[in-house]
Design a protein around this ligand. Structure first.
Ligand SMILES: [Zn+2]
Length: 848
């Protein structure tokens, strides 16, 4: 009895405990309550941010809908939180569809309802992982939107849907936060000399593959961008904010942005940036905080979190708080103040709320102008050209496929010409830079400007962008016909298609034969090769063009014959079918090794491709973006093994384990150490192949055994008084000798394996003025810069005339090995499509 009574009390107590936990967990908590510390006093790892957003969604479900839209390379979840009035949340899908109809982006013809359509405000936090205050601010922001005692925000949410991405780049954020938390002392140390302000290589700015996600909005080479942009394009917000951080000593930056503005940006988009900026200023003034506007952060390069939304009808903005990786939990500024993480988060929280407020106050105008942007696009199109015609011949097929994939990602519509030739038309030829006559073939691609994404089309396709101010933050040229090297005509009249259809994917069904040939035409061909090599097939390539069985094959064509592949027996044909089908390339059957024209398959002009064992130098002293581009390319594009080696370990590596060593742009210490360079030279002499890119070529040029730099005379001032610069003009003076990324035409010797698969020219992205002398003997000048070869983008006036008569791509013989010089970046942000094949030529063909 006594016992059972105790039991009874116990179960009652545990029941009460259960109730109390249920009640307390059902209580919506502020971030401080939930995390157990005040925001800004510690760094919050990503999983705890996720937990807080889940907590809010679970406990304010009437006002919040949380959606996981993907995950990162390292497996962290990517989230969007939709916050609004319960009425709006209950009809969220209806709001989304209506918004797409306002933008003419739905297939149905249903009429949109403009009246009472809510404003859509999308806030993106922490795209640069080591600009950490913004994800802390994201938690403060969502709390103030759902905090029951905050009636002001509830008013805003009546006509506004806020979409919060608490962390665009969780892998980068956690790289920084885990590092910081692991090395900070009991108390934070505000001295910038303390190690907690000196983040180690590669830093948390970028994602897993060291890509800057704030350069990837249009190209979407990274999985974070691919998954996010799918959501973005299903929602199409009216206002988008990208939260960043800059140097510790900089005051806060917010809209309006700096020049250059791209000319497609509408007056409304310009004006509303000012409206927003003035609203922020009101709060900053009241608190006595410093800020600046209209400087540094421009709106030009289309792949940022501000420009991309702008070119897609939104008000897109970047906000910059002082801090970044040097910020830590507190940092001593030049003025002697301690800037804390709480200060930084509070500023971002303030501009975030102010953005929502001003959007709510102007909701109907935002919706009206958003609709007008897209209606104008559909009815008139943006820019002088009405149709861009892209030639799609057999040799262009792989690059056209890549272009179509990019257009699809960005919701840009295109169609195929179809029908037979309909006479001649006139338009601007990108390759000759002249208006010319042209004909239309059935597979040619049409992109009409009169469609919803017209502004984006104009920005991506215009031959030359108009720059009112060249002091820009990034590259100034990206015109897709050059990036993809596709013969394109821009027509001022709309071209009519004959309802052509998309060429179907190639299905191969080769059977047992003497051999098979695969043409070498682009990345799909390369992927077929790497698939075959990985399976252990013996593959050859032809140095010269040849004809067999009535078919013509160009240089670089891959040849697979039974000899050497006996072990595959009858399955050889099916392995080839699979590899070619998977990569959409054609396998051609060959019945004899005796060719009709050219050299027989037993000739020395047919080269066996030894499956290369490849090493990439990485780590301290290597450009992290440059190394990341190569790492990502091998793993995610080619699916080919690569060994990453720390440059600091150079002296400790057994180099005979590798056939190819890739040196990304960097500042290599081992070039100053004789033992290491002797080791490198010995390895090359014995047959190793060194592939040096960009700055690594410059490093080699400082040695006495490699290429030489070309001296550029930049003394263009004859009158001695001309040489005296005016202080106020100092930024202008800098521009005269600046080259922020501009397109040049390089002449190619396409009989050399480094240029197989190319015509006799290549459009390169030049990002520096480093020039190299021609290789006089024992090597090949495969790509050279001649006079007047600049095609598009900005080049400083004092520099322009001097960028010529120099080597850009070359191969130097050294003993039994080679050095391949690639002075420009062939894999730039992995979107410079036409460079990828040349990089593969360097790795798989040169020296074989
Ligand atoms: Zn940033």
């Amino acid at each position: 009895m006594k016992k059972s009574k105790i039991m009874h009390i116990r179960s009652l107590l545990s029941f009460l405990f259960l109730i109390s936990t249920l009640v307390s967990s059902a209580q919506l908590k502020s971030p401080d309550e939930f995390l157990g510390y005040k925001i800004g006093t510690r760094y919050t790892p990503h999983w705890k941010i996720v937990n807080y957003f889940q907590h809010v969604a679970a406990n304010a479900s009437g006002n919040v809908k949380l959606e996981q839209y993907g995950q990162t390379n390292e497996g962290r979840p990517l989230l969007l939180s939709f916050v609004s009035s319960s009425d709006n949340i209950s009809r969220l899908e209806q709001i989304r569809l209506n918004n797409l109809r306002l933008a003419n982006l739905t297939k149905d013809r249903a009429a949109p309802v403009e009246e009472n359509a809510p404003a859509l405000v999308w806030l993106s936090y922490n795209v640069h992982g080591n600009e950490t205050s913004s994800s802390e601010a994201a938690m403060m922001t969502i709390w103030s939107l759902v905090d029951p005692s905050n009636t002001k925000t509830k008013d805003w949410l009546k006509n506004t849907v806020v979409i919060i991405d608490p962390c665009i780049n969780p892998d980068g954020r956690d790289r920084y936060v885990n590092w910081f938390n692991s090395i900070v002392g009991k108390n934070m140390n505000p001295s910038l000399s303390a190690r907690e302000h000196r983040e180690p290589w590669p830093g948390g700015r970028t994602n897993h593959y060291n890509f800057d996600l704030n350069r990837d909005w249009a190209w979407q080479t990274q999985i974070e961008s691919q998954q996010r942009m799918k959501m973005y394009n299903q929602w199409m917000p009216h206002v988008h904010v990208d939260f960043h951080e800059q140097g510790v000593n900089n005051p806060y930056y917010f809209a309006p942005a700096a020049q250059p503005f791209h000319e497609v940006i509408t007056q409304w988009q310009r004006d509303f940036q000012v409206t927003i900026g003035k609203n922020h200023a009101k709060y900053f003034d009241a608190n006595g905080w410093l800020y600046f506007t209209k400087e540094v952060f421009d709106l030009f390069y289309p792949s940022y979190g501000d420009t991309y939304p702008v070119y897609n009808g939104a008000i897109g903005m970047t906000y910059e708080q002082g801090g970044g990786p040097a910020g830590g939990l507190g940092a001593l500024t030049d003025e002697g103040d301690t800037l804390t993480l709480l200060d930084r988060a509070t500023h971002h929280y303030t501009t975030g709320l102010s953005t929502i407020e001003v959007s709510s106050l102007n909701a109907s105008r935002l919706v009206r102008e958003f609709r007008k942007f897209f209606n104008d696009a559909v009815s008139s199109g943006v820019g002088e050209y009405k149709t861009y015609l892209i030639k799609n011949n057999e040799t262009d097929r792989e690059r056209v496929n890549a272009l179509m994939a990019l257009l699809d990602k960005n919701g840009i519509q295109y169609e195929f010409a179809g029908g037979s030739s309909r006479g001649t038309f006139s338009g601007y030829n990108y390759f000759s830079a002249r208006d010319e006559m042209f004909t239309i073939d059935g597979n040619d691609l049409f992109i009409h400007s009169q469609q919803p994404r017209s502004a984006m089309i104009k920005v991506l396709f215009e031959p030359k962008s108009k720059l009112v101010d060249s002091n820009t933050y990034d590259i100034t040229a990206w015109s897709l016909p050059y990036v993809y090297s596709l013969k394109t005509y821009a027509s001022k009249t709309k071209l009519q298609s004959s309802a052509g259809t998309r060429p179907s994917a190639i299905t191969n069904n080769v059977s047992d034969a003497y051999g098979y040939v695969i043409r070498w035409q682009g990345l799909q061909s390369v992927k077929a090769l790497t698939t075959l090599l990985q399976q252990g097939l013996k593959v050859r390539f032809s140095e010269t063009p040849f004809e067999s069985n009535g078919q013509q094959f160009d240089r670089g064509s891959l040849i697979i014959i039974k000899k050497g592949n006996e072990k595959f027996g009858n399955s050889l044909a099916s392995i080839i079918n699979q590899a070619c089908n998977a990569n959409n390339v054609k396998a051609n059957t060959i019945t004899t090794g005796f060719v009709d024209k050219g050299f027989d398959f037993g000739s020395r002009k047919i080269h066996y491709i030894k499956t290369p064992r490849i090493a990439l130098l990485t780590g301290e002293s290597v450009g992290s973006n440059a190394a990341g581009e190569i790492w990502h390319f091998f793993e995610q594009t080619l699916n080919y093994p690569l060994t990453l080696i720390n440059a600091n370990d150079f002296g400790r590596i057994n180099w005979s384990d590798f056939d190819v060593l890739i040196l990304p742009s960097g500042n290599y210490r081992f070039f100053t150490e004789k033992s290491s360079t002797d080791q490198l030279k010995e390895w090359i002499n014995k047959g190793g192949k060194l592939v040096a890119l960009e700055g690594a070529v410059g490093q080699l040029a400082k040695t006495d055994w490699a290429i030489k730099s070309k001296k550029v005379d930049d003394s263009d001032k004859k009158d001695p008084y001309d040489a005296l610069d005016i202080y106020e003009e100092r930024e202008r003076e800098f521009i005269k000798s600046n080259i922020p990324g501009s397109i040049f035409k390089v002449q190619l010797d396409n009989t050399h394996p480094l240029a197989f698969g190319y015509p006799n020219f290549y459009y390169t992205l030049k990002q520096d003025d480093a020039l190299y002398e021609f290789i006089k003997e024992g090597g090949w000048n495969v790509g050279v810069l001649k006079k007047d070869s600049q095609v598009s983008g900005f080049v400083g006036s004092s520099l322009k005339a001097k960028l010529n008569d120099a080597l850009v791509f070359g191969v130097q013989d050294m003993g039994s090995g080679k050095i391949v010089y690639l002075a420009d970046n062939l894999l730039f942000r992995n979107f410079w499509e036409n460079g990828k094949l040349m990089f593969c030529n360097a790795v798989f063909f040169v020296g074989q």
